[in-house]
Structure formats: C-alpha cells, structure tokens
Design a binder for this molecule. Structure first.
Ligand code: SF4
Ligand code: SF4
Length: 93
C-alpha cells in the first residue's frame, strides 16, 4: 500500500520545519489565506505563533519514513501511515 502523509491544517503553525528537514520534498507551504474556512486550533496557538502559511503534503508516496519531520512539527499535526499500515504521529521534541 502507498505511504500516506497527512497534515492536520488547523494545528499547522506554518513553521516550515517539516519542509526544511524532509529529504525527499514531501511538503510545501501555501498562503494561509487559501484556507478561508479553517479555524486555527487555539491549544496550539497558546504555545506557538501561527505564521502566514500552512504546510501541505504533496508527495506523500515519496516518504521514506525517516521520522525527521515528526520531531520538528510544532503543531504535532503530521500523521504518517506507512506501507504496512502502521501509524506514526508527530511529537514535538
Ligand atoms: S518521515 Fe517522510 S515526510 Fe517526514 S521527513 Fe521523513 S521522508 Fe519526509
Ligand atoms: S512542521 Fe508541522 S506545524 Fe510546522 S509547517 Fe510543518 S506541518 Fe506545519
């Protein structure tokens, strides 16, 4: 089965850490204004600043499950389902 990489956008702070660390360019950021109906999660906002962008998973099947992004994600909003169906959740370091 193909690897799935999901980002829970309401929790994404736009910190860009995922894009910066991913060796296979799974992620790319888009302007926050594109997501007009989205409400940012206040529990994340209490800890981190929301920037003007959101991260999208554009190349999930390319993921090698190195887990680098999972420990760099401020919003703890990345969810990876690997090719054996195991789920990997982000926990900010
Ligand atoms: S786990 Fe996948 S999406 Fe995350 S940094 Fe590694 S290759 Fe990229
Ligand atoms: S690391 Fe997490 S919070 Fe930061 S831009 Fe990527 S998905 Fe969003």
């Amino acid at each position: 089965m193909p690897i799935l990489v999901d980002v829970e956008l309401a929790r994404c702070t736009g910190c860009s850490h995922c894009k910066d660390v991913c060796p296979v360019n799974v992620f790319d950021l888009r302007p926050r204004d594109m997501f007009t109906d989205l409400v940012d999660d206040p529990t994340v906002g209490a800890k981190f600043q929301f920037r003007g962008e959101k991260s999208l998973s554009l190349n999930g099947p390319e993921c090698i499950v190195c887990e680098a992004c999972l420990y760099e994600c401020e919003g703890e909003c990345i969810l990876i389902t690997d090719d054996e169906g195991h789920v990997h959740r982000s926990v900010y370091k």
